[in-house]
Each structure stands twice: as structure tokens, then as C-alpha cells.
Write a protein that binds this ligand. Structure first.
Ligand code: MG
Length: 159
């Protein structure tokens, strides 16, 4: 068994599409980034990389590399999942916390869980999502950013 932890934060910008967990969520602002800024998928990627002992997302997808400009983070996750498969990894469970003042994310959880479980090839009950606000405090509380924490427990063959 291995465990991996991921964290990410992106700035919110008005007029951008909001992509979270590979799902487009209707909102007046979206996450700014070299890719689509999907902080939930970026934290998930970092959690998987952590469990694999393979560094972090920035090492695999440098943000000065034009190949990853404006790309869907689903594509980035797929690249890391291919690496995970090469290593014969198996996901035991995933737990995630999304920190956002607005919009209310709970209504999108069923859709998000199906999307993420589908991408990861695990039953949705092995994936847990939680949403928190920042109680109006700081950059997240002021609606300037969103963040996510993800923890992944995986099984990897011994080597
Ligand atoms: Mg990121």
C-alpha cells in the first residue's frame, strides 16, 4: 500500500469557463492556469504521483511547455494514469476536499463522482468528495481563488 497527497490552488478569473474534476460547472468565473486550471484534477494527479514516488505535476507537465497550453486537465490525468498502469498500480480509494466560496458544489457531486470514477476506472463508492468554504476569509473566501486537497491510497506491486 502507498499513500499520496496532492494540493492545488488556482486564481479565479471572470469570463473563463470553470472546469473542476473534468466537469464544466456553470459559473461567472473560471480557474486561471496554463492548462484549464482544474485544481481538483491537478491535486488528484499530485496525489497519484505522490503514491508512485514520481515527483509532482510541474515536473511532468512544465508550464512553459507549449504542448500543455490550454489543454484539458483530463488529458494530463490520462498521461499519469498510463504511467500508473505501467507500474501495475491499483487505486484503493480517493478522498478529496474542494475549497471554494462559490458556487455551491454539492449539487454537482453526483456528476463529478461519475466523471472521476470513470476516468480512474474505479467504482464511485471508492471516491469521496467534500466541499468547504473559507468562511469569507482570505483569497478563497473573497472569491479570488479555489483550492483542492486530494489523498489517494493505492496498491503497488513490491519492487
Ligand atoms: Mg494547478
Amino acid at each position: 500500500m502507498r499513500i499520496g497527497l496532492g494540493y492545488d490552488l488556482h486564481r479565479l478569473q471572470e469570463g473563463r469557463e470553470l472546469w473542476l474534476g473534468g466537469v464544466k460547472i456553470p459559473f461567472e468565473a473560471g480557474l486561471l492556469g496554463h492548462s484549464d486550471g482544474d485544481c481538483l484534477l491537478h491535486a488528484l494527479i499530485d496525489a497519484l504521483l505522490g503514491a508512485l514516488g514520481e515527483g509532482d505535476i510541474g515536473q511532468h507537465f512544465p508550464n512553459d511547455d507549449p504542448r500543455w497550453a490550454g489543454v484539458s486537465s483530463v488529458k494530463l490525468l490520462e498521461e499519469i494514469l498510463a504511467l500508473f498502469q505501467e507500474r501495475h498500480g491499483k487505486i484503493i480509494n480517493i478522498d478529496a476536499v474542494i475549497i471554494a466560496e462559490r458556487p455551491r458544489l454539492q449539487p454537482y457531486f453526483p456528476q463529478l463522482k461519475l466523471k472521476l470514477a470513470g476516468l480512474l476506472g474505479i467504482p464511485p463508492q471508492r471516491l469521496n468528495l467534500k466541499a468547504k468554504t473559507s468562511e469569507g476569509l482570505g483569497l478563497i473566501g473573497g472569491g479570488q481563488a479555489m483550492a483542492a486537497w486530494v489523498i489517494a491510497l493505492v496498491e503497488l506491486p513490491n519492487k
